[in-house]
Design a protein around this ligand. Structure first.
Ligand code: DGJ
Length: 725
């Protein structure tokens, strides 16, 4: 039973397989947070004031309750808690922004409450939800807080519905889905920063007194800072110590805040995750309700790696689409092979090659539609380029499939080039604030997806062009961020909603495409991995990790991506034709790619036969390990950011009978440093045979560590496949 409601004492407890979360309605009114940590039989969770004086208090409760110095469930602005608020509302009549939401009732529900139009986690038979209803008596606004418990992955999600049941117009000025107050400090924040071609670089910084924030104001979750973040004990390691992971099921702007407050008696740490305040405002008229996106948290006392594995399990079980591709296609993609220079004949020849090497799919990337022969024209004109595809898309796709491979196609629905029929017909459909020129980026503008007419246009043009075309896979790209954000479909007083409503329009189109092509898989992409987030994963089985395919930087990007996301979502390609001519480099690129579902992105037509044969062998080898890579538990061993650019990890299956361990080293090392790689999941008394290098080990030996010596030559890798005898 994940949720217990002790209605007498107004104490509510949520349990996952390994964790427990406890809250209490203090004085029957104030939801205070008592405990979040490993499961315990303890019943006493002290939560006294952390400060002694110079604090605000309610006269009726005296100085026993200082809102600012307690751990709170959901802090609002203006009523004595001076830390960052989760919710700030402005009253349209008075102009005031104080609210006081107090407890009214609680109930538990089987499963979850869906958030219409918003991607959220799927419930299963073990999922339960606590609904906590609070009311602000002055405005009669009702706040329903939801806590959904996913026991097997040790994840709790948070979202809310705010319903204006009064007569006053309200405006949401700050909107956070999740708050977690912790009764101590002494944490580090692990976050993932970067830029185009350098996504999700690991960084670990000590928290400091005051506020630290991780955010995007770009209208996309972004390459710059990923919404996944960890708060870990300052001594925590991959295998030991307390760690929390946070994420947000949304692909647009977000704000994560970490605030450390000092009081006379105790320190406190507050974490908030949500839409924030700078790029989001929402008008809530009487009778209207607002449903927030979902945020998640997971805790473990068994180190950083365990929180990652909780996230992996949660995403695989509750976020990514299950079907149609449990196993992923090995794709041959045209982008790094030909860029925009493609046509029907070339693509059919390319497909023939893909089939020869047992690859599963040809993906025709950018360049097939409108006047799109470079990045300066055609976006928005979703009909095939007749010069390049004279017979039309349908016979072309059928010919590709006749070669024995599936067919995938690239689209970038949210964008338009100024040089396009669409823009010429509808210049008012782009994001442009009146009085200001729109900014270009890769010669393109962003369509106003908050406008239902725009979404409808896209649906109509894709349905027409793709009618009866046998498409198995879409690569959905998005190659710029949002500027001069504005929607012509909204009145001036609702313009603060434009970028959030834009995302809702994008999600609407995703859902429509999935319904139109229920058997096709979507691979998400945004100039590489610029929308590597839970919102996109809800509709996309995998995400193109980065436009950086050079293995040196790629290992850093892949390593960072594994903290919050399963390797099964991390699309990895072997690319760059020149380097692949060198067998050593081709082999290294393949080993680097085998951190996730693999593909190839190079002009195979131009390669010598021996290289082609090697690629065919590689595809076979990947198939051998695929189950571990897509479904195994993942353990990081060496961190390329802190371990001198060495990356090592292993996958292990449920019963520990198969372990696939990889060591990667991009630069040559004259010192031939030695690394001890410990396989903590090996069964101590079992015997394992290494099916790649030979050799037999006891589980105890694997747990104690295998020594790997770095190589003097660059681009060196070593793999081990330990199988129980
Ligand atoms: C950016 C993507 O990341 C690339 O893989 C490729 O699809 C190009 N866009 C096409 O324009």
């Amino acid at each position: 039973m994940p949720i217990t409601l002790d209605k007498k004492n107004l104490r509510f407890t949520l349990k996952t397989d390994n964790t427990m979360y406890v809250m209490e309605m203090l004085y029957g009114k104030f939801p205070v947070h008592l405990y979040y940590g490993k499961k315990t039989i303890k019943k006493d969770f002290p939560n006294s004031n952390a400060g002694v004086a110079f604090q605000a208090y309610y006269e009726e409760h005296g100085e026993e309750f200082y809102p600012d110095s307690r751990t709170m469930e959901y802090p609002f602005y203006g009523s004595g808690d001076f830390r960052a608020a989760a919710l700030k509302l402005r009253n349209g009549n008075t102009g005031g922004d104080t609210t006081l939401f107090t407890y009214k009732k609680a109930r538990k529900l089987k499963g979850r409450v869906d958030i219409p139009g918003v991607p959220c986690a799927d419930a299963d038979e073990n999922t339960e939800t606590l609904e906590l209803t609070l009311v602000d008596e002055f405005t009669k606004c009702e706040l329903r807080l939801y806590y959904t418990v996913f026991p097997e992955s040790d994840v709790i999600s948070r979202y809310f519905v705010l319903e204006n049941k009064g007569k006053t117009e309200l405006s949401i000025e700050k909107c956070m889905s999740l708050c977690l107050d912790i009764q101590r400090s002494g944490f580090d924040v692990i976050s993932f920063y970067g830029s185009h071609c350098h996504e999700r670089k690991y960084q670990r910084t000590p928290t400091a007194h005051g506020l630290q924030s991780i955010y995007s104001r770009r209208g996309a979750s972004s390459h710059q800072l990923n919404p996944f973040m960890m708060l870990v004990d300052s001594k925590a390691t991959e295998e030991k110590g307390e760690a929390y992971g946070f994420n947000f099921c949304h692909s647009g702007n977000f704000l994560n805040e970490v605030e450390v407050s000092a009081y006379a008696l105790k320190e406190r740490t507050r974490v908030l995750v949500g839409l924030g305040q700078e790029c989001f405002k929402w008008l809530l008229k009487p009778g209207e309700k607002f449903e927030s996106p979902e945020a998640i948290v997971s805790y473990s006392d068994k180190g950083i790696g365990q929180v990652s594995r909780n996230m992996h399990k949660f995403i695989r079980n509750h976020i990514v689409p299950k079907e149609p591709y449990a196993n992923r296609p090995v794709v041959l993609n045209s982008w790094e092979a030909f860029y925009f220079d493609i046509d029907a004949k070339l693509m059919v020849d390319f497909a023939k090659e893909a089939a020869k090497y047992n690859m599963d799919m040809l993906v025709m990337d950018d360049g097939w539609f409108g006047a799109r022969v470079n990045d300066r024209a055609g976006l928005g004109d979703w009909f095939e380029n007749k010069d390049r595809f004279p017979e039309g898309l349908k016979p072309f796709a059928e010919e590709v499939k006749a070669q024995g491979v599936k067919f995938g196609i690239w689209i970038e629905p949210e964008m338009v080039n100024p040089d396009s029929d669409l823009f010429r017909a509808h210049p008012e459909w782009i994001q442009k604030t009146p009085g200001y020129d729109p900014l270009l980026w890769r010669t393109q503008y962003v369509l106003d997806m908050a406008n239902p007419e725009v979404v409808q246009y896209l649906k109509d043009s894709f349905s027409k062009t793709f009618k009866d075309v046998p498409i198995d896979y879409f690569k959905w790209d998005m190659n710029r961020h949002l500027t001069t954000v504005y929607s012509n479909a909204l009145p001036p007083e609702r313009q603060g909603e434009a970028s959030y409503r834009h995302m809702l329009g994008v999600y609407e189109l995703f859902r429509w495409l999935r319904e139109l092509y229920p058997n096709a898989m979507i691979e998400n992409c945004s100039g590489g991995g610029g929308r590597y987030d839970l919102g996109m994963m809800k509709y996309s089985t995998q995400i193109w990790t980065s436009d950086r395919t050079d293995p040196k930087w790629r290992t850093i990007i892949q390593h960072g991506s594994t903290f919050g996301y399963p390797t099964s979502t991390m699309s990895c390609h072997v690319a760059h034709v020149q380097d692949c001519r060198n067998p050593r480099f081709l082999d290294y690129r393949f080993r680097v790619a085998m951190n996730g579902p693999i593909g190839y992105e190079l002009n195979v037509l131009d390669l010598e036969d021996s290289i082609k044969q090697t690629m065919k062998k590689q595809v076979g080898e990947y198939r051998q390990y695929e189950d571990l890579i897509l479904r195994g538990d993942f353990y990081r061993l060496l961190n390329p950011v802190t371990d001198d650019m060495r990356y090592a990890y292993y996958f292990v299956n449920d019963d520990n009978s198969q372990i696939l361990m990889t060591y990667l080293q991009n630069e040559g090392d004259p010192k031939q440093e030695k690394y001890k790689l410990k396989v903590s999941r090996a069964d101590r008394n079992a015997t394992y045979v290494d099916k790649i290098n030979g050799g037999t080990y006891t589980g105890a030996e694997l747990r104690a560590g295998i020594i790997v010596e770095s190589d003097t030559e660059q681009q060196y890798s070593k793999m081990f496949w330990f199988c129980k005898e």
